[in-house]
Design a protein around this ligand. Structure first.
Ligand SMILES: Cc1cc2nc3c(=O)[nH]c(=O)nc-3n(C[C@H](O)[C@H](O)[C@H](O)COP(=O)(O)OP(=O)(O)OC[C@H]3O[C@@H](n4cnc5c(N)ncnc54)[C@H](O)[C@@H]3O)c2cc1C
Ligand code: SF4
Length: 487
């Protein structure tokens, strides 16, 4: 059966079950519906559009379409948890299109060939300060530049990238990829001042003369927990361990056995990193079961493949030098972990806390109008503006899901709102079209086309090196994968 390049969308109620009768003579109707992938991408990509260019083998046009919304496709194709694929209609036929792997292929092609984003913008004469060079700040800087504004970023750290560099390990995001995509943003004319910590917001408005400010300082304060300890051994926090490895500081002395406490992506990453640093036993202790963990299932699977042992349904009750007393837990009917009164002992030289991070908002405490929630995040309105006129915020420091994709999406949304605010108007996005749900598609003419799998590094090398674990698709596979799209 021949595969057509696009699906015909029928009016609701039109039957396609027997393909006989009036169906044969009816003309197809073109309806503009939003595909579920576009609808779920927090970076707001027009996936349907760039996949169409990729299907035609026009990779540069595909990449240009992609970077209208997302400045870092090579990064996103690696670290995004790709909710677009969970929503993909093809998943109901056989398997979802591997959107992220095609995105990564396009991102890598752009770096290889030195493609630059095409845009024309005349200077507005406005100067915007971005605080924090994580994904949210970099995305805001990129989009503000595309809109004709001059942008300066003040970054407290010694390198740009935020948690993409100081959190996500190299084996998931090689640094030459991250550096390449950051450099492309700088080459557009963005000034980045490193080792420049923002501490006085009113000063940057009144004395430095910035017209608007976007703050995206992330969440970097490690959460602590009180555990009764008699001569506790070494206790570290995950964010500092990962950061020290990146800055090239003395490698952390972890000993032979490590317990990581927590069940999120940071816990998985730090346990996998400990294995690569030569630790014999890397264990994770988490108080709930695999079903309730905040990490994605594939992250736990990859950690286990590398020899990380996960003790589900356990809390640490006491530490006595290298002996950890843990209590078994059970999940009650409300999904909460409850103690059982049963105890076990584990032996470890180091405890690494991976219990999440809080936002350091001390530099915003005195800014009039800024509201800080009880859990430390900063309140913004529908236009990403805080209670202080002209001060916008986004990324991990505002109430939302904490992912690179959301941070990049916030950067774009903030840029569009800042642009409107600077022009004395308001940014109101167009209403979304009706969703193209699977039931509304006519899919009878599609052939089975199994999803292309990305190659994986062998486990021995994964345990002993920081080489990238997941490999890329070659051109043939990327083209095949793009053509699996039903649109
Ligand atoms: C270990 C780990 C693994 C993760 N893995 C993934 C993943 O695979 N996929 C995913 O989507 N998400 C992942 N995340 C989450 C993701 O990294 C964050 O949600 C995202 O980086 C948030 O972006 P941001 O720009 O808001 O903040 P950040 O990335 O935290 O960047 C904030 C920047 O602001 C700077 N800064 C802080 N204070 C100041 C100040 N006062 N003045 C100037 N600069 C300042 C910081 O130095 C930093 O560079 C992971 C997080 C961690 C910790
Ligand atoms: S950024 Fe994430 S959600 Fe958006 S298209 Fe890429 S993989 Fe999908």
């Amino acid at each position: 059966m021949k595969q057509l390049p696009y699906a015909i969308t029928l009016d609701p109620g039109t039957s396609v079950s027997n393909m006989t009768g009036s169906w044969r003579s009816e003309k197809p109707v073109y309806l503009d519906r939003i595909p579920p992938c576009n609808n779920t991408c927090a970076a707001g990509e027009d996936i349907q559009d760039w996949l169409l260019h990729a299907e035609e083998g026009n990779y540069q046009a595909a990449w240009q379409s992609l970077v209208v919304n997302n400045p870092m496709p090579a990064v996103m194709g690696r670290v995004c948890y790709h909710p677009c694929e969970t929503a993909c209609n093809r998943g109901q036929l056989d398997e979802a299109v591997s959107i992220h792997s095609v995105e990564r292929f396009l991102g890598d092609e752009a770096l290889k060939h030195g493609w630059k984003p095409n845009f024309k913008a005349s200077s507005t004469g406005k100067h915007v300060l971005v605080i924090g060079a994580g994904p949210s700040g970099l995305s805001a800087a990129y989009h503000l530049t595309r809109l004709g504004h001059k942008v300066t970023i003040h970054e407290a750290g010694p390198m740009a990238g935020g948690m993409m560099r100081f959190g996500i390990p190299k084996y998931r995001l090689p640094r030459e990829i991250l550096d390449g995509e950051i450099q492309r943003i700088i080459d557009m004319g963005v000034t980045v001042k490193l080792n420049t910590k923002a501490d006085n917001i009113e000063h940057v408005f009144k004395e430095d003369g910035f017209d608007a400010v976007f703050v995206a300082v992330g969440a970097h304060l490690a959460k602590r927990v009180n555990i009764p300890a008699h001569q506790a051994g070494r206790i570290l926090d995950a964010a500092s361990v990962l950061r020290d490895i990146e800055t090239g500081a003395e490698p952390p002395q972890l000993g032979r056995r490590v317990i990581v406490y927590g069940g999120g992506n940071t816990a998985m990453d730090v346990a996998r990193t400990a294995r690569r640093l030569g630790v014999d036993e890397a264990m994770i202790v988490y108080r709930r079961s695999r079903k309730e963990m905040p990490a994605h299932d594939f992250e736990a699977t990859e950690a286990e493949e590398e020899g990380v042992l996960i003790h589900w349904l356990r809390t640490i009750k006491q530490i006595d030098e290298t002996t950890f007393t843990v209590e078994k837990m059970e999940i009650d009917e409300d999904g909460r972990p409850q103690p059982t009164g049963e105890f076990e002992e584990l032996e470890a030289d180091t405890l690494i806390l991976a219990l999440g991070q809080d936002v350091d908002t001390t530099f915003l405490d005195e800014v009039p109008g800024v509201e800080i929630e009880s859990d430390g995040v900063v309140q913004v309105d529908a236009h990403m503006m805080t209670g202080r006129d002209g001060l916008f915020a986004g990324g991990d420091m505002v109430p939302s899901e904490r992912t690179v994709t959301v941070a990049i999406g916030h950067g774009k949304k903030a840029a569009r709102n800042i642009d409107a605010w600077l022009r004395g108007s308001s940014y109101d996005p167009a209403e979304k079209h009706e969703l193209a749900e699977f039931e509304k598609l006519n899919t009878w003419y599609y052939e089975d086309a199994p999803k292309t799998q990305q190659p994986q590094l062998d486990v021995i090398r994964r345990q002993s090196s920081f080489d990238e674990v997941i490999g890329e698709l070659d051109e043939n596979n990327a083209l095949f994968e793009a053509r699996r799209c039903l649109s």
